[in-house]
Write a protein of this length. Structure first.
Length: 207
């Protein structure tokens, strides 16, 4: 399924057109490379990206990131980490740990050729905004998708899937439909869930 900037712009009229145009070549390059190649997988992937980027308008979280200060679960152990490592990229990679993982995985993957060397020696910890560059904004999301095995959750819309979810302080098996499961994995919760469902329905209707 080859993506076009025109189709994304038509579906998301509030988008930043130049941003969409810059993202599409990397989407078409990296999605199939990372096995995100069925219509179902691509629809789920783009629906999440659309919500995280506010309909493909931004690659950096609007909020200051101050709310992430002291979030040791995100690896934010130093003063200023919350602001420095707020969301970047089309999946809004958040936190010191997640940025470090993204940078390391990109650097170690030959798929990215010589370009990946920009991430040598944990450069991303000094320059987390690297994930705001279209190439790495897409690459980081593809790596996250692969690491979390999200394609395995892309079942039919009426088929329940099982994920691990913390309920009352304990990790438990939790059954839900694919759109909820994937949204929880990407967002960590259900922020903007109605939009994610709407975007998924729109994209899944593409011919």
């Amino acid at each position: 399924m080859q993506l076009s900037a025109e189709k994304i712009i038509q579906t998301f009229p509030r988008c930043n057109r130049s941003l969409v145009i810059s993202l599409v070549p990397f989407l078409n390059l990296y999605l199939p490379t990372f096995g995100i190649d069925t219509k179902l997988e691509i629809s789920h992937f783009l629906a999440q990206a659309a919500k995280e980027t506010d309909s493909f308008q931004v690659l950096k979280e609007y909020a200051s990131g101050a709310d992430y200060e002291g979030r040791t679960d995100l690896g934010n152990v130093y003063k200023g980490d919350g602001i420095k490592f707020k969301g970047h990229g089309i999946f809004m990679t958040t936190g010191r740990t997640n940025h470090a993982i993204a940078g390391k995985k990109i650097y170690e993957n030959d798929v990215f050729g010589e370009d990946r060397k920009v991430f040598v020696n944990d450069t991303i910890l000094k320059h987390p905004e690297l994930l705001c560059q279209p190439q790495w904004a897409v690459a980081s999301a593809c790596i996250f998708w692969l690491e979390k095995d999200l394609s395995n959750l892309c079942k039919s819309d009426v088929e329940l899937v099982t994920i691990k979810r913390k309920i009352d302080g304990k990790w438990s098996n939790y059954e839900c439909y694919p759109i909820e499961a994937i949204s929880r994995k990407v967002n960590g919760g259900l922020n903007g869930f109605s939009d994610r469902k709407l975007f998924y329905r729109k994209i899944s209707q593409w011919s």
